[in-house]
Ligand binder design. Structure first.
Ligand SMILES: [Zn+2]
Length: 447
């Protein structure tokens, strides 16, 4: 859905066959949280689906490596800001790898774009869209017609909200105005500018990066709903004021909430961060959880929802194992057609899952269609949505193979104590152990 119009719109790329996409990335001032997991997975699924549909996708997502929150974190640790930002950026990418989220094609860093930001601020000042206050340069929101479009709220409401946030920005003329350039206090990291040494405000980097790497009128600007206002509106206002054509479409994903529907601030069980969640649940489970909620709806991350997503992954794993030895077949066309129509209807991934599990039941009921249905399920899950099925490591892991061999040998010689011990070791490694006429069979359970 296009946030700027409130309607589901046809996505027609600026350049036929190519999609240019910008997603606001992390401020590397701490460990990634559950909301980061959702935003990156939602748009990773979208990106893979677009590519699977035959478009080439140019995907840009920035790293904010200078910002007030980083300065605060660095001061608390008594370490340089660059070191702290570098450490949290490493953790960010490691977490993304754990989620199975593909790296962006470009990951511009704010500190590498300060010069471009200074140039944009100069243009905004020259055009009368910005002014110097006591402590920096501010953008004048009143100077732009239609300010507030992405908020989808009236300006009076916005003004009340804005007042709370910006108590430290003394030079502002209106509570909705925002800082473009912040003069540095002693000891803070600083870059030179015509308005004194300082650093850019957060809302400017995405404007110069997206336009610089994707060009004017790029196709799609993405992000979490919490960024629609003021961050994205402030990006849009700057581009408009600088007379540049900005994003042609905007899309936002909903927030992560707890079981009561409140914005997620507390932990799930004892989990407070995304890396903590990934210690307990593999990335595939989180991907299934994201697929199981509509991207625009609030998504509850609860023990129950996670266990249910894990159950889905396990059912899919089992289905792929069951159908592993069927003859190869082309994916069932009607299953793929249903998948496309669900995805093209504003990424209706809950409907996608219903279709996938429908295909699983059909394959069991109609063995003649099983090869084509199994091929369709694998095509949809793995190729189009990035959900690998299943992990094949039980075939490869020598420790597991050794465990199976020891158990079979112990059973053959009637040593049930040793057979049980071997079984326990396999279970501890995360495997379900089954006895079959052909000997011990193991399958890995999703974590
Ligand atoms: Zn941004």
């Amino acid at each position: 859905m296009n946030t700027a119009t409130g309607e589901v719109a046809e996505l027609e790329p600026r350049d036929p066959g190519h999609l240019s996409v910008y997603l606001c990335g992390p401020t590397v001032s701490g460990a990634p949280h559950l909301g980061h997991g959702r935003v990156t997975l939602v748009w990773d699924i979208f990106r893979r689906y677009m590519r699977w549909s035959g478009l080439s996708v140019r995907f840009v997502s920035n790293v904010t490596d200078i910002e007030d929150k980083i300065i605060v974190a660095a001061a608390e640790e008594g370490r340089p800001t660059a070191e702290v930002a570098g450490r949290y950026e490493k953790l960010w990418w490691k977490t993304m790898d754990g989620l199975g989220v593909e790296r962006p094609d470009f990951d511009p860093h704010a500190t590498a774009y300060v010069g471009e930001m200074v140039d944009l601020i100069a243009v905004l000042l020259a055009g009368g869209h910005a002014y110097e206050g006591g402590d920096g340069v501010y953008f004048s929101t009143a100077s732009v017609e239609g300010y507030g479009l992405l908020a989808r709220q009236d300006l009076a409401t916005l003004r009340t909200g804005a007042r709370v946030e910006a108590a430290d920005e003394a030079g502002k003329r209106s509570p909705l105005d925002f800082v473009l350039w912040k003069r540095a206090k002693p000891g803070e990291p600083a870059w030179p500018s015509p308005w004194g040494d300082g650093r850019p405000g957060w809302h400017t980097e995405c404007v110069v990066m997206s336009l610089g790497l994707l060009g004017e009128g790029f196709d799609l600007h993405l992000g979490g709903l919490d960024l629609a206002f003021p961050h994205h509106e402030n990006e849009r206002a700057q581009a408009l004021a600088a007379d540049r054509r900005f994003a042609r479409h905007w899309a936002h994903n909903g927030m992560v909430v707890d079981e009561r529907g409140d914005k997620m601030s507390k932990s799930v069980g004892n989990i407070t961060s995304l890396p903590g969640l990934l210690d307990r649940y593999e990335g595939r489970v989180l991907r299934a959880l994201v697929l199981n909620s509509h991207y625009r709806s609030p998504m509850a991350v609860t023990e129950g929802a996670l266990e249910s997503a894990k159950g889905m992954v396990e059912r899919l794993d089992n289905f792929v194992r069951e159908t592993r030895d069927l003859p190869p077949a082309e994916p069932d066309p009607s299953t793929l057609a249903r998948f496309r129509s669900s995805m093209d209807n504003d990424l209706n991934t809950t409907d996608v899952l219903a279709g996938v599990f429908g295909a699983v039941s059909d394959a069991r009921a109609e063995p003649a269609r099983a090869p084509a249905l199994a091929a369709a399920v694998k095509e949809i899950c793995q190729s189009a949505l990035g959900l690998a099925l299943p992990f094949e490591e039980e075939r490869l892991n020598p420790e597991v193979l050794e465990g199976v061999r020891l158990r079979d040998e112990a059973r053959a010689r009637g040593d049930y104590k040793e057979a049980d011990a071997a079984r326990e070791r396999l279970v501890a490694m995360g495997y379900v152990v089954e006895d079959t006429p052909a000997g011990t069979r193991v399958r890995r359970r999703p974590r």
